[in-house]
Structure formats: C-alpha cells, structure tokens
Design a protein around this ligand. Structure first.
Ligand SMILES: [Zn+2]
Length: 107
C-alpha cells in the first residue's frame, strides 16, 4: 500500500505535467457535464447562446445537501490523487478560487 506522503506527491507530480492535467480535466469536466443540472440560455431569436451548469444546491456551508467537490473526489479516488491537492492545482491553473465545482464553468 502507498502511504499518504506518496499519494500526496503523486497528485502534484502527475498534474504538473500538461498532458496529464489536460486529460484529467477533460475527463473531470465530462463527468461534471453529465452529472450537473444543465440550463440552456437562449437569445431573443430562440437560438442557443450558452449552456450553464449548476449543482442545484445553495452554496452555503449550512446546507447539508451541498457536496461541493463530490465528483472531483470521485475522479481522484480513481487515480489515487488527493482531492484537496488536485483542487489546489486546478485553482492555480484557472487563476481563481472555487467554492463549488459547478463554478468551474463560469467565466
Ligand atoms: Zn455548486
């Protein structure tokens, strides 16, 4: 079995490589798109302008139904990554802090 230190290193070592990070994010975003609630935003002509995603929960720590990074945890488990560290790397890459993974699609 790996110890925590090895797992911790693996997250940074792997995700520090652009190809691995890109592949990881592609799979993660695909998972989110398939799981999150989708809202289609139409323009005045009824054409699709953009698709927004939401976890459907209030982003409030007191909300017991709110699971901010459940799909990140799921995908990290698959690869043996530490989800807090993966979140760190993602926030670094996109240049902002995330309260919830559904906000990855904003901006
Ligand atoms: Zn959310």
């Amino acid at each position: 079995m790996h110890n925590t230190y090895t797992l911790t290193s693996k997250t940074y070592i792997d995700l520090d490589q652009p190809e691995i990070y890109q592949r990881f994010m592609q799979e993660y975003l695909e998972l989110l798109r398939s799981k999150l609630q989708q809202y289609k935003i139409m323009d005045q002509n009824g054409d699709l302008r953009e698709i927004r995603y939401s976890c459907g929960q209030d982003h409030d720590p007191r909300n017991p139904n709110w699971k901010p990074f459940q799909y990140l945890e799921q995908i990290c488990r698959k690869y043996g990554y530490d989800d807090m560290e993966a979140r760190d790397v993602i926030e670094d890459q996109i240049g902002r802090r995330l309260v919830c993974e559904c906000l990855l699609f904003d901006g």
